[in-house]
Design a protein around this ligand. Structure first.
Ligand SMILES: Nc1ncnc2c1ncn2[C@@H]1O[C@H](COP(=O)(O)OP(=O)(O)O)[C@@H](O)[C@H]1O
Ligand SMILES: [Mg+2]
Length: 460
């Protein structure tokens, strides 16, 4: 029987990947499944602690050596019946960067392990081995914590894995990431383009919009690649109600910003029981089955059991339903929706004015109307907007905002005028003359229109 392989990644260290890997595995074992935990955090192995095996006698690196033992031989029993561990501790330093052929061998051998489920714990960062093992899994899980660094690194990881998946499908040229660009290929970005806001790599959405614009022949294959990569998100260390609701918002935002159709598995609460059990080097679910985090693990593991492979149906372009925009689930209660509305009001309420300078995007779409201007106006916030598409229907010129032509100069002037207006009406919340000049400088450093477009919106 071929095992089902779950890979746990996160892009960032310390977010709880190993905690999740160990306890998801333990939970599956309590349902009678045979489980093997694999510590593939090359060079940063710590899964053995969460699995309750302080000193595993064998290590994964043995299998990396030419002619070494098979992976299955390296699995040691844990105290939990049905759970074995292939540990990674005591590895030699060279293990931190395994060669592609070594990784390939590990991937093959994982598929042949004698288990119902294999849970592979990955290291932080974008190492080729992590991307490869992640892509090779049947169920891909990304762990993030409610913290901007974690979310940003999770986006980076997602984009890197997506690009790797394009390479594997022979579609790397669509992202302009081949190592040796051919004569015909050109970079994804026009010259002078700012590149990407989150660390260099193109997102699925960017690659798709470019491909639609260029009317490339492989659009169908690209669509399959995008919709076929659908990782699962777990939010760990949730401390507040809003942390617990964050997962829904993060999946929705990742869908809209990156184009990657994430699926949300659930959250895990922050719990002192975690360190109490790690200190004793005992598995959390065995030491503290009565805790709230244990219940969370049950929900997440049951979600994993129900995972089906992604279907290449649906749209790459994100839906604009009100639920998506409010970043709540379609089953949200009235109270959830009220809270989401309050969240949006608070964001507008913290600003002096709203600035969204719409431009036609590279697929030729224009702003149809601009609901966000109405949201801003409803919050009493004037807008600085460009007269394009349906925007003039949403912004009443000189009444609910300033409507200018889509040029950098005109926008600069409009921002100046808006700030002057507000200063004469009283002191703006955040702006003095210097701050205004700084903001305009930043805007002017924006070299091309695409940069303004990529910034989505600049709320002052
Ligand atoms: N939900 C949680 N509540 C309390 N502590 C946690 C929780 N999740 C992780 N930790 C702690 O955070 C640290 C990092 O967890 P770990 O699983 O090693 O992260 P990673 O594998 O992503 O590097 C550990 O000390 C762990 O005990
Ligand atoms: Mg770890």
């Amino acid at each position: 029987m071929i095992p089902r392989v779950v890979a746990i990644a996160g892009g960032k260290g310390g977010v709880g990947k190993s905690l999740v890997a160990a306890n998801v595995g333990i939970f599956l074992a309590t349902l009678g499944k045979r489980v093997i935990l694999v510590d593939a955090a090359f060079g940063a192995a710590n899964l053995h602690i969460f699995a309750g095996v302080p000193r595993p006698s064998r290590t994964l690196s043995e299998a990396l050596v030419e002619g070494g033992p098979g992976l299955a031989e390296l699995a040691v029993p844990t105290y939990v019946p049905g759970v074995k561990l292939i540990g990674g501790v005591y590895d030699p330093p060279w293990v931190a960067e395994p060669a592609p052929a070594q990784v390939e061998r590990i991937v093959e051998q994982i598929r042949a392990l004698p288990a119902d489920w294999v849970v592979v714990d990955l290291g932080p960062g974008l190492a080729a081995a992590s991307l490869e093992l992640f892509l090779a899994a049947d169920v891909q899980v990304i762990v993030a914590v409610p913290d901007p660094t974690s979310i940003e690194l999770m986006h980076r990881f997602t984009k890197a894995v997506f690009l790797r998946s394009l390479e594997r499908r022979g579609l790397a040229h669509l992202a302009g990431t081949e190592s040796r660009p051919s004569r015909e290929s050109r970079p994804l970005r026009a010259p002078g383009h700012p590149g990407h806001l989150e660390g260099g790599a193109a997102s699925a959405l960017e690659v798709y919009l470019r491909a639609v614009h260029d009317q490339i022949a492989e659009i169908g294959a690209l669509r399959d690649a995008i919709l076929g990569f659908s990782p699962h998100l777990v939010i760990n260390s949730a401390r507040s109600k809003s942390d617990m609701e964050l997962g829904r918002a993060v999946t929705s935002a990742a869908r809209r910003r990156l184009g990657t159709p994430f699926r949300y598995l659930g959250h895990l609460e922050y719990d002192e029981a975690v360190w109490a059990s790690t200190r004793r080097r005992r598995p959390l679910l065995i030491e503290h089955p009565e805790t709230r985090i244990a219940k969370c693990f049950e929900r997440v593991a049951r979600g994993l059991l129900a995972v089906r492979p992604p279907t290449p149906e649906g749209d790459v372009l994100p839906p604009d339903s009100h639920y998506e925009l409010l970043e709540v689930s379609p089953t949200a209660s009235f109270e959830d929706i009220r809270r989401a509305n309050r969240r949006i009001r608070d964001i507008y309420g913290a600003a002096d004015f709203f600035c969204l300078t719409a431009m036609p995007d590279i697929s030729g779409r224009v702003e149809g109307f601009g609901l966000v201007y109405l949201e801003a106006a409803a919050g009493g916030l004037p807008s600085v907007a460009t007269a394009i598409g349906g925007v003039p229907d949403a912004v009443v010129a000189d009444e609910t905002g300033l409507l200018v032509s889509p040029s950098a100069e005109a926008i600069k002037d409009a921002i100046r005028r808006q700030l002057r207006r507000q200063s004469s009406n009283g002191v703006p919340k955040h702006w003095d003359g210097q701050a205004a000049t700084r903001m305009i400088e930043v805007l002017m450093r924006v070299e091309t229109w695409r940069q303004v477009e990529a910034q989505d919106s600049v709320t002052a």
